[in-house]
Write a protein that binds this ligand. Structure first.
Ligand SMILES: C[S@@+](CC[C@H](N)C(=O)[O-])C[C@H]1O[C@@H](n2cnc3c(N)ncnc32)[C@H](O)[C@@H]1O
Length: 257
């Protein structure tokens, strides 16, 4: 049986700078119940081997990776809005895993799997090149102090890895309420030859992107919110061209239609 997550990231095989702060956090009784009862339905282990995506979801569908789902509000809402896409949600925060599991069960969703561990391992070791339709990074840890900027997830090495794992035409969607990090995201995308900024600068906030807990927190502090959307150049299937154009206009989530 798949073990229940502990909230501890698996030990990295080599010394590395973590993009998250390992923390335990208090698991509520409701979250613990979800972990006990639902992990076997939605959970998947982080391993060093390639992921058998078709076996995991019992179908072949476009795959979206969400890195750092927090309490999982956006994950569950978008998975429900995009039943034709499969979602792989990765985080290290146990209370959030419990929270996401019960939302998935409440909504009777079957297109989401949850992993507990460092998403960089998942991206690097488990997902082959050109395997992802989209990668979402909503409100990554901002690491605002200059001496911690090296811990930010969205940096040059990440962008190169993202570019290799997206299929041609696939997207990277980042959002942050930290202006300095937002500018860094723009610079990182501009410098990465396998990615193209779909809007040249910041993207308008897509109406379909749910407000997350960290976004709410940022808004309450008076922060502006920035979306950065990049695309790996390549062909979109011709039949999807009209839908793609509507998505660019922010009328549809990327997976719809
Ligand atoms: C600031 S929180 C934002 C959570 C959520 N997306 C939101 O907007 O409310 C960032 C989340 O990313 C997770 N995280 C950071 N680096 C990660 C990594 N390398 N792998 C998996 N999760 C990571 C953290 O544990 C945390 O839950």
């Amino acid at each position: 049986m798949t073990p229940i997550p502990t909230g501890q990231a698996p030990g990295p095989t080599e010394p590395r700078i973590l993009t998250f702060r390992p923390r335990r956090g208090r698991v509520t009784p409701r979250q613990q119940r979800a972990l006990d009862l639902l992990w076997s339905s939605y959970g998947a282990e982080v391993t060093a081997g390639a992921l058998d995506v078709e076996a995991l979801y019992r179908r072949r569908a476009p795959l979206v990776l969400e890195i750092g789902f927090g309490m999982g509000e956006a994950t569950a809402a978008l998975a429900q809005a995009e039943p034709e896409r499969d979602l792989l949600a990765v985080d290290v925060h146990t209370p959030g895993v419990g929270s996401l599991l019960h939302q998935l069960s409440d909504r009777a969703l079957t297109n989401v799997r949850v992993m507990v561990g460092d998403a960089l391992d998942v991206l690097h070791d488990m997902l082959p090149p050109a395997s992802l339709d989209e990668i979402r990074v909503f409100f990554p840890d901002p690491w605002p102090k200059a001496r911690h900027h090296k811990r930010r997830l969205v940096g040059p090495a990440f962008a190169a890895l993202v570019g290799s794992r997206l299929r041609p035409g696939g997207r990277l969607h980042c959002a942050t309420d930290w202006a300095h990090y937002a500018r860094q995201m723009l610079e990182v995308v501009a410098a990465e030859p396998t990615l193209v900024n779909t809007h040249g600068g910041f993207a308008p906030r897509p109406a379909w992107r749910p407000v997350t807990r960290f976004e709410q927190r940022g808004l309450a502090r008076g922060h502006e919110v920035f979306d950065v959307i990049a695309r790996r150049p390549g062909a979109h299937p011709a039949s999807a061209a009209r839908t793609a154009a509507r998505r660019e206009l922010g009328e549809l989530p990327y997976g719809s239609g």
